[in-house]
Design a protein around this ligand. Structure first.
Ligand code: TEU
Ligand code: CA
Length: 564
């Protein structure tokens, strides 16, 4: 595997609307991000991915872009953005932007022109298609956010346009070479400005099943999940290779794809030495909770299942490349709430989760607020929600017979808005996020969970995250932490994480050859024996004590240790 400039880094996702407001309008912005760069540096962050800040009507929080060459005024202007690039450069940090090119906004001039002339040249940039002879939509696919993927082109008899997400997000037609050319030009324009690369949104969706055929309905609405057509859509790799070769590839820029639905055996094509992308996110622990039935049918899972899901990813990826490892992002509930049972949602439990994330092979990719252990919101009314996906999932739960109270519990557990509540900087007004009225309600717990308090506390979750970032860059450990093989042991023990990270080369004098990572994800102690001697030096421990006698070890509830 070729070594790349980003392998040893720590990355961090910023959800710009909720990170830091600078002008009192209640919405985070680019000057706000600039004012927090020193904080990010102190956390050991090298790469920041900023969710979309392009011009957008914000139906899906910026994932509906109406001008790819401009910032939305709520976030700032191009001068602010250039200043962000300069300020990050000064700090040896890199900026990655969200690339949303499966679809654009219905307000984009191209789509507006297509609507005005539905059979004209602009319509070829989209999927405009005749409906069935009986006047219904071309096929029965359900959009990600509910309802049909088709909406009628206004003023036509039976012509429809495709949108896999909301109806305000028409899909761009990648089969059209002129579309691809325009996308590449835009990407290169941003790379020329000084971007380090892209996080590429929903990209597997750019290839559609070519017959647009019906599949068996899987809910009462008569529609079916997109998964069926995605599994039959062939040839998406050609689009990826073409995009890579015309943009980030030759420049060695960083490209991390949001790629669900990778087909069996295709992983090496995605991330190998000549892969379509630099990396992809490991969504295994997320995918294990996917259901066609809606959020209210989310299966329960154990700590052992959680462990085995990402262990399997590690094994699959081993010889090919590098995952970006996450526990949460802006589409998911908070990791601490999701992956820890209530009794584990303590500082110790959150630090344990951090160890299991940072010590995998791959690049740790944090999401804002994770480093202080932010947790889910409790929604007591659907009016507290802004997110389209949540509003749909709430309705689906009600239609399926859940009570209002039960449906609110479902979205409190699963809503994307859990991750989108404003960043908690202080225990002061609006958690230091804004002087005005925040666009989305704060989590009430900001008086207990905030950056200022944790910054001052050497034992805080925040300072533990900082220690993990330092470990990754410590000359003695870096080679092992970044490139060491992942070698799990004791998988027969429930809720126990135990794995070596072994250097492939003989470690030079003064460098660590192997680390043993242990974590006990349960509310009771766990005793076991390991199969190697040594590992007597405690490099990091989330508790004060540690019990090891030769090869015999006992971990306390929620304890995590890294041994050398
Ligand atoms: O998400 C793609 C995607 O597939 C989502 O539907 C995801 O499965 C869902 O949010 C999980 O709850 C990307 C972005 O990350 C998301 O924020 C956007 O809404 C979406 O694309 C459309 O651009
Ligand atoms: Ca603002």
């Amino acid at each position: 595997m070729k070594r790349e400039w980003w392998h040893g880094k720590v990355a961090y996702q910023i959800y710009p609307k909720s990170f830091q407001d600078s002008n009192g309008d209640g919405i985070g912005d680019v000057p706000g991000i600039i004012s927090r760069l020193d904080y990010l540096k102190s956390l050991g962050v090298d790469i920041i991915w900023i969710s979309p800040i392009y011009q957008s009507p914000c139906v899906d929080q910026g994932y509906d872009i109406s001008d790819y060459y401009a910032l939305d005024p709520i976030f700032g202007d191009m001068d602010d953005f250039k200043r962000l690039l300069e300020e990050t450069k000064k700090r040896d940090m890199h900026v990655v932007m969200d690339l949303v090119v499966n679809h654009c906004s219905d307000q984009h001039p191209l789509f507006q022109k297509a609507l005005a002339d539905p059979y004209g040249p602009e319509s070829k940039f989209f999927y405009f298609m005749e409906g069935k002879p009986d006047g219904t939509a071309p096929c029965n696919w359900r959009s990600y956010f509910g309802g049909s993927v088709w909406d009628k082109v206004p003023g036509t008899e039976n012509l429809w346009y495709l949108h896999l997400f909301t109806k305000e997000q028409p899909d761009l037609n990648w089969e059209n070479p002129e579309l691809r050319e325009r996308v590449y030009k835009m990407m290169n324009w941003w790379l020329d400005l000084g971007l380090a690369g892209f996080r590429i949104d929903a990209i597997v969706n750019i290839k559609k099943e070519s017959n647009f055929k019906d599949y068996p309905a899987d809910r009462a609405d008569g529609l079916c999940t997109i998964d069926y057509e995605l599994s039959e859509a062939a040839g998406v790799g050609e689009f990826f290779a073409d995009m890579r070769d015309h943009t980030y590839g030759p420049r060695h820029a960083f490209a991390v794809a949001e790629a669900f639905n990778i087909k069996e055996g295709e992983l090496p094509d995605y991330v190998g030495d000549n892969g379509y992308f630099s990396s992809i996110f490991d969504f295994s622990t997320e995918i294990m909770q996917h259901t066609a039935g809606g959020w209210h049918t989310t299966p329960k899972f154990s700590a052992t299942q959680y462990r085995d899901a990402w262990y399997a990813s590690q094994a699959e990826m081993a010889d090919h490349g590098f995952y970006c490892n996450i526990i949460e992002n802006h589409d998911e509930p908070r990791g601490a709430s999701r992956y820890l049972p209530l009794e584990g949602q303590t500082d110790a439990g959150k630090k344990m989760l951090a160890v299991t994330m940072y010590m995998r092979r791959g690049m740790p990719f944090l999401y804002q607020g994770q480093e202080i252990g932010m947790v889910n919101q409790t929604f007591t009314s659907i009016d507290q929600v802004d997110d389209v996906n949540t509003i749909d999932s709430y309705q689906v739960a009600l239609q399926d017979g859940l009570s209002e109270k039960e449906a609110l519990q479902v979205i409190s557990d699963r809503s994307r808005d859990n991750a989108r509540t404003p960043m908690q900087w202080t225990d002061g007004k609006n958690a230091g996020f804004t002087e005005g009225t925040p666009w989305l309600g704060l989590n009430e717990n900001y008086k207990e969970i905030n950056v200022a308090a944790q910054d001052a506390d050497p034992d805080s979750v925040l300072n533990f995250y900082r220690a993990l970032s330092r470990l990754r860059k410590d000359a003695r450990f870096a080679e092992t932490v970044v490139y060491g093989d992942f070698a799990p042991i004791l998988q027969e023990k429930d809720a126990l994480f135990a794995f070596y990270r072994d250097r492939q080369d003989p470690a030079p004098e003064g460098e660590c050859a192997s680390l043993l990572v242990l974590a006990n994800a349960q509310n009771k102690p766990c005793s076991f024996g390991i199969d190697r001697d040594g590992y007597d030096e405690v490099v990091l421990n989330n508790l004060k004590e540690f019990a090891k006698d030769g090869r015999q070890i006992t971990l306390q509830p929620w304890q995590a240790v890294i041994l050398c």
